[in-house]
Design a binder for this molecule. Structure first.
Ligand SMILES: Cc1cc2nc3c(=O)[nH]c(=O)nc-3n(C[C@H](O)[C@H](O)[C@H](O)COP(=O)(O)O)c2cc1C
Length: 155
């Protein structure tokens, strides 16, 4: 069975609904082709695992490569594995980055038990990498939260 992982850069910043749309469509096509895997998005980059029959995976990957919603695809791994790491997910998306305390362990715990350690480590480190955009948004959210708390205290 062929298993591959790539990272890419989103052409524009996408919202949850856009990621959901990609995932729903992907899950339907992958299910037909016997392909499984997972997609992580950290508000700037994608990391995706695809696994299944060699022809099926490569043919889907050809479409993904042509997709203008992302660019600069870099393959991190492409090898043959004995068994599937995400046997129950025809495609599932996980939105990151992880900013809350303890969220990395929750994230790792939510990965399939069948996923191998090297893959879990790749996804967890991807999920923990905070882009400048995301860091800025997080700081703004925190500031808004603090302002809200302050206002409540002054009342
Ligand atoms: C980051 C990313 C991941 C994608 N993953 C898949 C996938 O796993 N399977 C799939 O069929 N399409 C996936 N797509 C969508 C394909 O690139 C392509 O748009 C789609 O397969 C075309 O199908 P349609 O024209 O029949 O709707 C992905 C697109 C992006 C941007």
């Amino acid at each position: 069975m062929l298993s591959l992982i790539y990272v890419s850069t989103a052409a524009t910043q996408m919202n949850d609904a856009e990621i959901e749309a990609i995932t729903t469509r992907a899950a339907a096509r992958n299910a037909n082709a016997g392909v499984t895997g997972m997609l992580a998005y950290n508000s700037r980059n994608f990391m995706q695992l695809l696994e299944g029959g060699g022809e099926a995976v490569l043919s889907i990957m050809q479409d993904i490569e042509r997709d203008e919603r992302h660019e600069s695809i870099v393959y991190l791994r492409q090898d043959s594995r004995e068994s599937r790491e995400c046997p129950d997910w025809s495609m599932r998306s996980l939105l990151t980055p992880l900013v809350g305390i303890g969220s990395a362990s929750v994230f790792t715990g939510s990965l399939p038990r069948t996923m191998e350690l090297d893959t879990k480590m790749l996804f967890t480190s991807f999920a923990s990498s905070l882009t400048a955009d995301a860091a800025q948004r997080h700081a703004e959210q925190e500031a808004a939260l603090m302002a809200g708390t302050g206002a409540a205290q002054n009342d």
